[in-house]
Design a protein around this ligand. Sequence first.
Ligand code: 5AD
Ligand code: SF4
Length: 463
Amino acid sequence: MTSKIVHIKTFGCQMNKLDSALVTASLEKAGFRLTDTVKEADAVLINTCSVREHAEQRVLSHLGHLKHIKKQKPNVVVAVIGCMAQRLGPELLDDNTVDIVCGPAQIPQIPQIVTSALNEKHKLLSIKDSIRQKPDDQENLALDEFESTFDRAEQNLPGQAFVRVMRGCDSFCAYCVVPYVRGPEVSRPPAAIIDQVKRLADEGVKQVTLLGQAVNKYKYAAGQKSSCLADLLYLASEVDGIDWIKFVTNYPSEQFYDEILKAMADLPKVCPYLHIPAQSGSDKILRAMNRHYTAAQYLEMLDKARSIVPGIALSGDFIVGYPGETEEDFHVTVDLVKKARYKNAFIFKYSPRPGTKADKNLTDTVPHQIKRKRNTELLAVQEKISAELAQTFLGQTVKVLVEGLSKKPHLNSAEGRDNPQLVGRTATDWIVVFNGPPSLAGRFVNAKITKTAPLTLFADPAP
Ligand code: 5AD
Ligand code: SF4
């Protein structure tokens, strides 16, 4: 039999990208061939995101596009996987275009499910009935094995890999759908994680990013011994071949915080970069969001990070237009952003998510235009800070891990140069673009900063 062809499209965060990479590798192992062209595929997989309504709408419009393709090719199998699959389940399967619906906890089954749907046309639903029930040892083992086997260097950016250290989330921020689609927090055993890091290093990976929804809460207990994220950082630092270790994302909490910062300060391989979302600068809104800190405590945590790890780069996330957010609440958020002096911040307009506490208990009171206005205003405040911080790099030589060809070559015209424009990142997560041969992808280079923009440093290769 000739091998079946599969196309996979991914929406959403780094967790989803990692899931897609694992699924891709598992499908290849099962004999499937991957394609970038939807029209060529026998099976089309969509890995979906539920974090905001907009993300779900994009998936639905993509399904509309697949509906047309299915008219010409009725035998093509369409699978919706990931967070939206878990959230909507049977409702998605009712759509004529959709053949398979498979949640994040079921991804190890995908090769088998897709094969069976291709062999014999039928609809298939594989989601968890009670998603908040703690998975048993067998389920954890299956998922762990899936991660360990299929996390491959070649699925990622050259020289980089993502390693999940925990699944799920128990934080229950009132606005967030993640705990309801990814289930309870489960930390993976340190030995499995470090073995995986070693294997990736053997495959040529130089930078690993440890992933968790609140990665700083990582805690694994076995017998008398309990490990936290700092322990993982020490262990991962000992792996030969790994030069840079990053981790995302952090929940502002004092638990393990000093240990993590100390590990960052002690260990040259651990990059001085912390993504630590504040979400709001108003204590009233933070309380309504079920975030367990005040703005003052949060800023103290940033001060501590800067004093323990000099030169640390910080970044954050914010939600504007949360129910009940007044002009005054928004202004204290602006103040917090000014004080925090992030390298960059991601700003989102509140989007009510069905099933969350915020959606059940609060009315989405802030009009869309106001959300948009606050979003633009906060972004402008942050851009000014980013621009100021970027300028401090002028004339400096920085070490960059090259990702590959720049997707926005127009930013710094490559015309008249021998080499195309490449993009990479510093240890502090600054984006650097410079002209160089594409063969540098996955390698470390030195680059001298000649020009800056709020989020980008432009450079010339340096010795
Ligand atoms: N509406 C808007 N933004 C949200 N986020 C999470 N849930 C929502 C929501 N319902 C944002 C948070 C989080 C980031 C990944 O997405 O800022 O840190
Ligand atoms: Fe969502 Fe809060 Fe968990 Fe992050 S920590 S995934 S915002 S519930």
